[in-house]
Design a protein around this ligand. Sequence first.
Ligand code: GLC
Length: 426
Amino acid sequence: MTSMPMQPWFSDAKLGIFLHYGIYAVDGVPESWAFYGGRVPHDQYMKQLDGFTASQYDPGAWADLFARAGAKYAVLTARHHDGVALWDTAHGDLNVVRRTPAGRDLVAPYAEALRARGLKVGLYYSHSDWNHPDYASVVHPEPPNEDVRTNRFVAPKDGVEDPDAWARYLAYRNGQVGELVDRFRPDLLWFDGEWERSEEQWGMRELSEQILAGNPETVLNARMLSYGDYATPEQGVPLTPPDGPWELCLTVNDSWGYQGQDQNHKSVRQLVRYFTETIAMGGNLLLDVGPREDGTITAEQTERLEGLGSWIARHSDAVYGTVAGLPAGHHYGPSTVSADRRTVYLICFDTPRESLSLRGLRNKVERVSVVGTGTELAHRVIGGLGAVPGVVWIDAPEAGDVDEYATVLAVELDGELDLYRGAGRD
Ligand code: GLC
């Protein structure tokens, strides 16, 4: 069984918020990787359990912030590679309910708060669990790197496999995923950690059948390998869009989880660029924040989300309900196209001087206006010969119509977008 065609909500969402929330926020160390790589001794890492309070946990405030950011979904780390579940799982006892002062399920109130504000619910879940006693029991047939072959949290000692232990591990993972689906009914399951085993070892087919039997509308990311619905480039910005639906996940600073020393936050202007470049290629942006152990999101990250949200709110016509924009060469910058393909939105990062050009447009332009202020701009077509259209020159907006982050022009056409892609002579 493969999943249904991509859920339309996903392609229309444009922006999601990724949350790496877990015990790693207590000391502010890299999520799970801190002990995997030996940077922090394992027992010291696990001591963070005692400091994880979630004392200010207010998923309603999170959901309000995400709505202000213009996001339509969020994805919370229900369980990262360190194996610490944020809900009261019946499988294993490593969870924040039983093992931390937080002492309660954090997933149900999150799902409720998002739904109350009309946001879709995503849950991140790592196939791998570097703390599970049965995990390091089989060897990847073609290890993608040396670590996967030798790391003590991943590979069996001396390479000796224990298939029974692995069967127990899969029962544990399938049991936990089953709980997530039954109890929280996520709209999206965002898997990770798939690189340490083969698709067969993971039993991906069975897992995907189990999930879709529970809820056939669950969206799955590509870390379900062949059973994923969409590609997930991570931190790396694609130059050509991946095939099919996709989502770029990107951190606001350089860390997925909370790390107080990391002050390398992207500016709002940079985030507007990442965001518009992504949607202009038909993708979604999944922008990551790392809440502190008490559940609060830092002022720096809040400010970035609100800044991006205020830009989106001023330009929502150019964002929601649009599809990928013009190929490179027609306009110097990203663009989007309305669903009826009769309006092109040109995004301009720099302050336009004198005029802007739109090239290779076969349509007649009915009207050009500034999104947000509505000011109409004069335009004229110059040149062109035979089948080669002339250049549409648009007067630059006045200072009052220039947006501090990115100005957007709506170009209304006489029909569906029709582009000339030739070499300039018919
Ligand atoms: C990488 C990191 C992991 C993070 C994930 C998010 O796989 O190892 O810590 O959760 O990216 O995409």
